[in-house]
Design a protein. Structure first.
Lengths: 232, 219, 232, 219
């Protein structure tokens, strides 16, 4: 019987090697796989390339991982935030490499990796400094830049419900990068509030089919946490 | 309105009048979010937020904050009946595919041919960050910019050629400012509406541009 | 107040011009927008280019449209079926043009049109006669063919439920081409069993957001029809 | 088994033994669907159908036919607990992206380097139709073909170079036939299992190929 349930976040990341490319879901704090990031810090893997929309907030989560110098390179769209001081400091000191990608191209490149597309022509970024040196083409009168897929060794994402086959549902705008990152990584680990019985998820409403998910870690009901007090 | 210029709120209020009933719209972070305060109550306008939602409601009030429900500025918002959620890949496909009717953005500079500069000042020591700016610039059938026409030092932000790093080329259709409303395009900038006692000659002097006068034509 | 509800299938197609490119959803009979196809036949538009997975079955629906010589060209993956005799006859007589596209490339080209992608490199078809004359490229050791988007003037699709904003849900494998075709057409018309009150559709389970849908025609509960007797 | 060849059912039964527990699998239209009758009951194998479903169950019986629930061969099927539905774009992205573990296909011809010909006989008066054949050929980590090794006229369908129009190049990993099981690849074909009293020399004579003998190696 298939069961993708993993006992702990630590177990789920045990074989994540130094030098890995790791996608981390979330847009700001929404959909950030907090427990998995903490476990990755604890795990100790270093020399990582991280693919994520942002470069961490404050001094926890992704910011802590960056602060601990585990990340050699980050591929993201929006590193600079009011509280991204850890990234900011290391970047200014030349101690972390940055590949800045427009958010839609970041999403489409991740999607392309999961979808077996070798490259695609996107209008976004054409004529800007972020497209410098890239192949361009005019198609039917519109200008495009050629972009390539971004693959990862691991994707760490946060979802709402899972079943033992790894089928996932999300909650509101915390869905964001989860479904596409799940499709682009060799090993996808999802933290979810609760793992439900097979058959409880509506097949019409499954957002990430289990084929994209390798390991699921149950982290408990989010509504127990202070931040969700208003919507309990 | 005070004499010959509008406040930011007045720019937003004026722009809101040009959003048709039934439009799908994305309001960029910052200044453009003001527009949502002035949408005519007899029109149903559906807001998109690029982090994966259509049918976004007003900012969440204390007591209704849901960390899973935020806008692109990472501010807690609410959900209206008829909303839908989708992932980032689908959300940006929706924008890039030209399905939104209107996108409203702020800017550092806009050129008369519609080039937009709003993502970077190009300062050598700044941390670069682009987010969805380049996608939003191309993300709707009509792209509107709202900004003050001049910097605090009186330098026009409507220019012949952008000196700041561009976000997109020829992408801005219309520019709403405190002094006038302009249409932009390959044929250059045209004034389509003047604020208060502002004259076209004043605008020509301020911008140094050979602005066409289309104020007599219907918008 | 927005309402995309249209009184009849005839009204929904009233402005469909001769020479239009029309996408028609469905895989075999599942998801075929039967009432819309019938209305298109009745409407009389001719010189059409049809984009659909198949080229009609028996002598009804798309087959009838083809039989009435309204279709000058069909873009599809699988025209030949046991009961595709109307298409077969016209094709052999040279009276209908065929662009044969592998099913996955057909889907991805439709998706690209809706997603603002100017072209993409796909491995499917490389080295085969269906890629003859097309640009190819080797990327990271894998061979790809460059394919371009397929746009349509109208998309006719079948869904299960809609609300007045045009949000759609589907039922089981009848979802197939509906969501991507809805995104690739200037005007998308959906026939649905029932239009429900705003707020009745779960926002997490909406498959096609209303932004992709222009007109909705209510056609009545499918379970009333004989074919669904088993699952009423 | 009768002497030195298997029936189609026996080929399917043998192939089914090689599908590991937990595999995601697509069975092509026709002959490959037989495999689903022989999947070991102690393994959980999840079936994909390219018209938009994972977790497909057995063919629907009278009384449970749902016109909205069909497989790629347009035959009514059933849904298992844990199933999910998705649109054609996502379904073929799933295949093309290499997420399925195994795809089983029929063929007119297979070359020793793994080229597949199964979509067209190339007959000049035939109506061409490709469906998902070219996608399926590249649609899984392992692509298996099942077929009789020779035509009714005794001509080998495992060949040096396909003479029928190809569906994909170098895409078939393993070939299950009534006489033997072969591994295919850039280094040519190798026999990995013989049926009954079949000998490698018989196969070399039938195919005209310099077949390697890997029957001693673990599969």
């Amino acid at each position: 019987m298939i069961s993708k349930t993993t006992a702990s976040a630590a177990d789920a990341l045990a074989d994540l090697p130094d030098g890995a490319t790791v996608m981390i879901g979330g847009f700001g704090l929404a959909g950030q796989p907090v427990q998995l990031i903490d476990a990755l810090l604890e795990h100790g893997a270093t020399d990582l390339t991280v693919v994520s929309n942002n470069a961490g907030n404050g001094d926890t989560g992704l910011a802590a991982l960056i602060g601990a110098k585990r990340v050699k390179k980050i591929i993201c769209s929006f590193p600079r935030q009011v509280d991204s001081y850890i990234f900011d400091g290391l970047y200014r000191a030349g101690e972390i490499e940055l590949e800045l990608v427009p958010q839609g191209n970041l999403a489409e490149r991740i999607r392309a990796a999961g979808a077996g597309i070798g490259g695609f022509f996107t209008p976004t970024g054409f004529g800007t400094s972020l497209a410098e040196g890239k192949e361009t083409r005019t198609i039917d009168g519109r200008d495009y830049v050629l972009e390539h897929p971004i693959f990862a060794d691991f994707a760490l994402i946060s979802a709402y419900r899972a079943d033992r086959l790894g089928n996932l549902t999300y909650r509101k705008t915390s869905r964001n990068f989860g479904p596409i990152m799940a499709s682009a990584a060799g090993t996808t680990v999802a933290q979810v509030d609760r793992i439900v019985e097979l058959g409880e998820l509506d097949p019409e409403a499954v957002v990430t089919p289990g084929i994209f998910v390798d390991r699921v870690v149950e982290t408990g009901d989010r509504f127990e946490r202070e931040e969700w007090a208003d919507v309990r | 309105m005070s004499g010959s210029s509008w406040s930011r709120a007045e720019i937003a209020e004026r722009l809101a009048q040009d959003i048709p009933d039934g439009a799908y719209m994305n309001l960029g972070i910052g200044l453009p979010t003001l527009v949502s305060n002035y949408l005519p109550s007899d029109r149903e306008i559906i807001l998109h937020t690029e982090n994966g939602m259509l049918g976004m409601g007003p900012e969440a009030q204390p007591g209704e904050i849901d960390p899973d429900l935020i806008n692109a500025g990472k501010i807690p918002v609410t959900e209206l009946p008829g909303a839908s959620y989708f992932h980032h890949g689908d959300s940006f496909a929706m924008m890039r595919g030209g399905h939104l009717d209107v996108c409203v953005l702020g800017a550092f500079q806009v050129s008369q041919s519609g080039d937009l500069a709003n993502w970077s000042t190009g300062a050598p020591d700044s941390i670069p960050a682009v987010g969805g700016a380049m996608d939003l610039a191309l993300g709707a059938k009509s792209v509107y910019v709202m900004m003050e026409l001049a910097t605090k030092n009186g330098v026009s932000k409507l220019v012949d050629q952008c000196t700041y790093p561009v976000t997109g080329l020829g992408c801005v259709d219309r520019l709403y400012t405190d002094r006038a409303i302009f249409s932009l395009g390959a044929e250059g900038a045209a004034v389509i509406e003047l604020v208060g006692e502002t004259t076209i000659d004043e605008l020509r002097e301020l911008t140094g541009l050979d602005l066409a006068d289309n104020t007599g034509e219907p918008a």
